[in-house]
Design a protein around this ligand. Structure first.
Ligand code: ATP
Ligand code: MG
Length: 302
């Protein structure tokens, strides 16, 4: 059995455990399955709000993973127990090439450990900042992967609600992986909580109105703009000004930018105030900009 399949067979057990009705029992079982002794810990990969992420290797299979360490004290202090549970349940139930896998979790006295798929090339954000903006081919390839991943999530009734370059990771072949399901929600009805990151918020969230899957479609429009121009479309000096620009859909392309007419057309079809009129994920995949520019393998090398 390969190292991948060893970890995956463990994962399958954990995923099926999460579907059992008795949560406490399930938690006990998953914590019995893994412990810190099962891993060699390597370099830090990043810092989150409530802990750190480390490169780690499962000792038996030598399989490389990312271990996200979260301090229980912090979770209790901010009352985030339910949010974390939701992040873990949602992410472990999803399995798609463009969604970062959560293989399992365990805990000790002070910490909770999430065993995550390792994304070798880290944040897409870093790539974007390094080069200022992406080429149309790169942008369309990432964008198509993201759209496919969101279509999969929406099919499972999951709305991510916090899609931004920092939460998009890249594997060793430059394949995009959606990470960080901290704000996601699994729901068939409209939601009311205002969340997510300012620049990427849809007008209905800014205005605190009920929202649904279409918030992710809006964010796709914002990201497409940022991929191609290096800055999000409604950036402003203050939060209030960003809110105002979002509500007015104050969208413009600097005259000096070299964005193709097809890309502009796609962005205009997504950044639509009326959430019911935004281009659907299925139609995005058939848009000429995607057809012309996206690499069908979904990989992007430097
Ligand atoms: P925040 O809410 O501030 O984004 P967080 O607590 O949700 O933080 P993550 O976003 O999951 O934490 O992780 C923090 C950082 O660690 C990421 O932005 C990324 O740089 C790195 N990182 C996280 N997971 C992985 C992974 N699987 N592979 C490689 N790097 C990772
Ligand atoms: Mg994050």
């Amino acid at each position: 059995m390969s190292s991948t399949s060893i970890l995956h067979s463990q994962t399958r057990k954990m995923v099926s455990q999460t579907q059992e009705p008795n949560r406490r029992k399930e938690e006990e079982q998953s914590s019995r399955k893994w412990s810190l002794q099962d891993f060699d810990i390597g370099k830090p990969l990043g810092k989150g709000k409530f802990g750190r992420v480390y490169l780690a290797r499962e000792k038996k299979s030598k399989y490389m993973v990312a271990l996200k360490v979260i301090f229980k004290e912090q979770i209790e202090k901010y009352g985030l127990h339910n949010q974390l549970r939701r992040e873990m349940e949602i992410q472990s139930s999803l399995s798609h090439p463009n969604v970062l896998r959560l293989f399992g979790w365990f805990h000790d006295g002070q910490r909770i450990f999430l065993i995550l798929e390792y994304a070798h090339r880290g944040e897409l954000y870093r790539e974007l900042r390094k080069s200022g903006h992406l080429s149309e081919e790169q942008a369309a390839t990432y964008f198509a992967s993201l759209t496919r991943a969101l279509a999969y999530c929406h099919n499972q009734y999951v709305i991510h609600r916090d899609i931004k370059p920092e939460n998009l990771l890249l594997d060793f072949e430059g394949r995009l992986k959606i990470a960080d399901f901290g704000w996601s929600v699994q729901s068939r009805s409209k939601r009311h909580t205002m969340c997510g990151t300012l620049d990427y918020l849809a007008p209905e969230m800014v205005e605190n109105r009920a929202h649904d899957y279409a918030v992710d479609n809006w964010t796709l429009g914002v990201l497409c703009y940022e991929f191609l121009l290096g800055v999000p479309p409604f950036e402003a000096e203050s939060q209030t000004d960003t809110f105002k620009r979002i509500m007015k859909v104050d969208l413009s392309f600097p005259p000096t930018s070299h964005v193709s007419a097809e890309a502009k057309n796609l962005i205009n079809l997504l950044l639509v105030k009326d959430s019911t009129k935004r281009l659907s994920l299925q139609k995005i995949m058939k848009h000429p900009w995607i057809i012309k520019n996206a690499n069908p393998t979904g990989t992007c090398m430097d």
